[in-house]
Structure formats: C-alpha cells, structure tokens
Design a protein around this ligand. Structure first.
Ligand code: ADP
Ligand code: MG
Length: 627
C-alpha cells in the first residue's frame, strides 16, 4: 500500500477554529460522536452478519483514557474501513459533514448548537491536537490501515498494524485535559449518552504507570435491556425492577406511584411514563423526559414532545423513528419527518388516558387510594387536553365533607335530594375547610351534602365543568345558605325583623362595604349569624386576586363581592337579644354578633380582633361573676 498524504482544504483552519470555540461549551460531544460512530459500525456489521455476509461481532466498545500517554482511545469491533473508505469517509465525507454542520449553525447561538448531533468525526479535534485511526475492514483479505491527521489538517494514510476487524480512534489530548484527571469525567460523558446502548461500552482509566489503576478497570456503562425495552416486548416487567430503574435513573428516593408502559409499533416507540410521588405536593414537582434513539440519548425535556399535562411526571422514551434533528432546546420542525414528534405526543396521551381510564373503571380502590396524589394532575389534563377531557372528565373524583370520594355523577344523586329547583344540577362546595369551618360544621351536623373543592385547580375546573354541562352550577357553601337552611317560619314578627336589621346594619357600619343585612328564620337554632358571599361576584373577586389585580382585603374594601349578614330570627340567642330591654347590654350583644358574622365569613379584619377579644373577656367575666 502506498502512503498518501495531503492537506484537507483551504478552509480547514477555519473549521477547526470554530470547533475549538465550542470546546469549552460541551467537550463531552466528542465522546458522543465517536462512540456513536463505533456503535453504528457494530450495528452495520451485525446487520451484515444477519444477512450471512460476515461473522457476527461480540459487539464491544472500549473507551480508554491513558494519563501517561495522554490519549483517549475509542475502539470497536464493528465493520472497519478499507483504505479507500478511510479516504472517502474521513478525508471527504466526515470533513464536509463537519463543514456543513458549521455552516448550518454558524449564526446560531451556542445553545442551539450544543446537543445537535452531526458535527461528527471531526469533533475529535475539539479535544485533540492529533488524531489517529487504526482500522481493518471485515472484508476478506482487507489490510489494516493507519490514518493520522493533525489539527493543521495535514493527514497521512498508509499501512497499519491492526489485527482484528474494527476501528480504534486515538485522540492525543492536551496536557490539561479534564479527561486525564480521573476516570469520572469520561465515564460520566459516556454514561450520559450511552447508558442503554445495545452494544457493551466499557470505560477504562490508566494512570501514570500505564497500568490499569486500582478499581479503575473497565467499567461496563451500558445496559442493553432497560425496562422499557422489556416492557415493550410484551412480557410484564417485574414491578421491583421497574421501581429500581425509576429510582436510579431519575435519582428519586421515592418509588413511583405507578407507571404506564408506552408502545407504538408504527413509530418504533417504546417507553414508560412514571407517575411520581410528590408526597401530596410537598416535593418539587418537575418531571424529566429522556429521549433515546437506538439507545443513544437524543435529548432531555425536548419541548413539544410530550403533552403539557405530563410535565409533572418522569418519562423515558425510545423512538427509532425520531430523527436526530432534535436538540435539547426543542424539536426542530423544519424536518420533513416532523410529523413524528406530534405522533409521539399523541401516542403518549392515548396510553396515559387508557391506563387511567382502566384504573378508574376496573380498579376503583387503587384509583381512590392514589387520587390525593394524582388528582391535580388528572384535573390539569382534563383542563388542558381535549382528548383527555373527553374520556376522563367523567372519572374525576371529588371528596364530600366526610372525605368520601365519588364522581360528580355519583355525588349528584345525594346532592339532589336536598336541593330545590332545578334538582341535581346545583353542587355545593367548600373551597377552604378552615375558612368556611362554621358552615362546614353546620352542613355536616345537618347531613347536608357538599364537596370539597379546595385546590387552586378546582376553580378553573368547576368553571370548565359548568360550561361543558349546561344547567350545572357550583355554589360555595356561603353563597346562599338561606336557600338551604330556611325554616318554614320565623319566630320574629316582620316589624321585629326590620328593627333588628337596622340595628345590626348600624353596628356593621362600613366594615364590609356594600353589605346588606337580612333577618330570616333558619332551621338551625344554634347558628345566630353568618356572612354570605354571592357566588358570581365572589368568583370575579377571586379571579382579580388570582391575577394579582387586587389583594384579599381590597376586594372586601372595594365592595367587589356582594355580601349579606344573615341574622337567624329562630336562634335562641337572637330571641333573647330581641327581648332584652337593657340598651347597653343590647348594644354589646349586637356588636358581638356582628363580629361573629364576620368571623364566619373569614372577613374579620385585624382592627376588629382586639375589640372582639376584649368583649369576649368582659362577657365571660360578667358570666362568672353572676354565678
Ligand atoms: P456520520 O456518522 O454522520 O456518517 P461522521 O463524521 O461521524 O459522520 O463519520 C463519517 C463516516 O466515517 C461514517 O459515516 C462512517 O462511514 C465512517 N466511520 C467513522 N467512524 C467509524 C468507525 N468507528 N468504524 C467504521 N466507520 C467509521
Ligand atoms: Mg457520526
């Protein structure tokens, strides 16, 4: 074989200069590109072997760092190259590939470049001053070839000494290369991209003496049978293995709540959606999406791949059809195959819908047990995804005041019994068990059904449900309790009612701007007063608060919400008050009643609290001194 030498091209220096500037951004790219090439070479030889055109390789890639020699070598037992191929693939194709790549991304910012595959073989010069390739083709009678190239782009191509079929790429690293400090850097780089390569990858680190350092011998990085490949193969994966995989891969100390295997033969898609345990929302709730193609990590959290509502959960996907045009920053849509990412999203949505629907209809106990954890996520899905909503809106669970879970349809039966016209379409709820504790207690004691809708997501959800189902209305407990609690008659005469309303109105003053006073007979004698808030205006106020337009107190101050102080003419206390002829005692009792009303509506301002406490103290003193 004659030795060939030359200079690659005039712009070469330029290409290198640009490659170098990327070096500091993400040097791991070099390992990604060279190990990918090695994996491709093994895959190609396996393919030839399947067709009976070559002997099958064991399939092994070795990444060896040698601190004394200052080299990194990447060896494979793939198909190798002939001298002609080296000339064609490395001198021409790889070089023009790198030039194309640079041309394409020249004006893009670093973030758009990093993560893109395709810089190829010449990325080696990001780390190396000199690169050697020793290769031997699988073709019968092929001679070993040695190729060498410096960063000045001078190459030589001649006879080599390699005995076995395959390729070794040797990078001569800079003295201060981080990959020569210890085994971790290279190991991490390889593990990040190739943890699930269907070819065994070993990383070895040699120290000064050239010997394999203690504990630094070849470490097997890749696992060619990750759970999702097994899950996709039809056989159910042992739950312990799934949990173990999830905890290690996503670095979560808690087991997933459950998982949903995802498979699409059309897309060559396999994966698992893990529903994370957020400990009732107490743990941070960012999930992660790892996407692999043929065992190589393509990207993490690729925007636009998974439906938004799955953002809380962790997903691992492998899609052979997903072209390598995705980067960490997103899925590129200028690719002719850009239908694939959309289809992947649809497939994920469908699998999650089916799994949740199956659980809700066939394993209700589990669905109920997990509901406190998954409820918000399912509601979010219903709110943000039409397909999801069409199947799962009916399956949403709600708790009643006693904590019993049921779908809206299941609850409506009970709710209807207690409501007038139109029946079964008004749903009472509490949005805050603490703030509305008094009415919650009254409802509980009187066996009046209501639901607990106390999550932030419940408000938009109930609005969505109302517009999806005409005639359905949600009303908070305090929106119009009079309609529910009204007694057939009132113990006070109309004249007494008017007089009392005036007195209470005077004591209330402007503490709840715009509030009106109503005296009626309620069927609960132990409830003297309460403060109601009209549903529609309160929701407007809530929204204003949600969007930061007003603060809590301002809503009251501005009289945005229509509120009513309801005085129960049938209450024992109110009866005594009306009968009382002692003006100071009446005044004190009325002031106290007004405070209690504000307290029931969680509208007691800080300026009122001291007065209420003092008055309570005085009342208690008086009570005790008369004993
Ligand atoms: P790409 O991998 O996208 O084709 P590269 O620049 O990475 O581009 O590599 C150029 C070509 O060099 C490859 O297509 C392949 O034919 C050849 N090549 C690179 N590395 C190897 C290897 N380890 N074994 C066999 N062929 C290789
Ligand atoms: Mg390549």
């Amino acid at each position: 074989m004659t030795t060939q030498a030359g200079v690659l091209s005039i712009e070469s220096a330029n290409v290198f200069a640009i490659l170098r500037t990327w070096l500091y951004a993400e040097p791991d790219i070099v390992f990604r590109e060279l190990v990918s090439n090695a994996a491709d070479a093994v895959a190609k030889l396996r393919d030839l072997a399947r067709r009976g055109q070559a002997a099958a390789p064991a399939g092994r890639i070795d990444v060896v760092l040698d601190a004394a020699a200052r080299t990194a070598t990447i060896s494979d037992d793939g198909l190798g190259m002939t001298a002609d191929e080296v000339d064609r693939y490395l001198n021409q194709i790889a070089f023009s590939g790198a030039s194309d790549f640079i041309e394409r991304y020249r004006d893009a910012d670093d973030d758009a470049i990093i993560g893109h595959f395709g810089v190829g073989f010449y990325s080696a010069f990001m780390l190396a001053e000199r690169v050697e390739v020793d290769t031997r083709s699988y073709l019968p009678g092929a001679q070993p070839v040695h190729w060498e190239c410096t960063s000045a782009m001078e190459y030589s191509l001649g006879a080599g000494a390699r005995e076995r079929t395959g390729t070794t790429v040797t990078l001569h690293l800079a003295v201060d290369s981080p990959y020569l400090v210890g085994p971790e850097a290279a190991r991490d780089a390889v593990a990040r991209y190739f943890a699930f390569l269907p070819v065994a990858v070993h990383v070895t680190f040699r120290t000064g003496s050239g010997e394999v350092a203690d504990g630094h011998d070849a470490v097997l990085i890749s696992d060619d049978a990750p759970v999702w490949r097994r899950a996709g193969a039809g056989a159910a994966v042992e739950p312990g293995a799934m949990r173990e995989f999830y905890r290690t891969h996503f670095d979560d100390p808690f087991d997933p709540l459950f998982w949903i295997p995802v498979t699409s033969l059309d897309l060559g898609l396999r994966g698992v959606v893990f529903l994370r345990d957020t400990r009732g929302g107490a743990r941070e709730i960012e999930g992660r999406l790892d996407v692999y193609s043929r065992g190589v990590l393509v990207g993490t959290d690729l925007a636009g791949l998974a439906p938004k509502f799955l953002g809380l959960h962790s997903i691992v996907l492998e899609c052979d059809e997903l072209p390598l045009v995705v980067s960490r920053s997103g899925v590129r849509t200028d690719d002719p195959r850009d239908g694939v990412p959309a289809l992947v999203g649809e497939c994920l949505t469908q699998e999650v819908i089916i799994a949740l629907h199956t659980m809700a209809t066939q394993d209700r106990p589990t669905f109920e047990r997990l509901w406190p954890e998954i409820g918000s996520f399912v509601k979010y899905g219903v709110l943000t995804d039409r397909t999801f909503a069409s199947v799962l809106a009916k399956r949403l669970l709600f708790a009643d005041l006693d904590g019993r879970l049921g779908t809206l349809a299941e609850h409506l039966g009970t709710l209807a019994e207690h409501l007038g016209d139109p029946p079964a379409t008004t749903v009472l709820y509490t949005s805050d068990l603490a703030d509305q504790a008094l009415l919650v207690d009254v409802f509980r004691r009187n066996h009046l059904p209501a639901l607990v809708l106390d999550r932030v997501i419940d408000q938009p959800l109930l609005r969505a449900m109302e517009s999806a189902q005409p005639g359905l209305t949600f009303r908070r407990l305090d929106a119009d309790p009079v309609a529910l609690l009204a007694a057939p008659s009132c113990d006070l005469s109309p004249a007494q009612c008017t007089a009392l309303a005036d007195e209470v109105g005077a004591a209330l003053g402007e503490r709840v701007p715009g509030a009106t006073v109503q005296v009626v007979g309620l069927s609960v004698p132990d409830l003297p007063v309460l403060l109601t808030a009209d549903e529609a205006s309160r929701r407007t106020g809530d929204l204003a608060q949600l969007y930061g337009l007003t603060q809590g107190r301002e809503i009251d101050d501005q009289g945005l919400v229509e509120r009513t102080v309801v005085v129960n003419g049938n209450s024992t206390l109110v009866g005594l008050l009306v009968a009382c002829q002692d003006p100071p005692a009446r005044e004190l009792a009325i002031a106290h009643l007004v405070d209690l009303a504000l307290l029931t509506g969680a509208a007691l301002g800080p300026e009122t609290v001291p007065a209420l406490l003092l008055r309570s103290q005085r009342l208690l003193e008086h009570f005790l001194s008369t004993r």
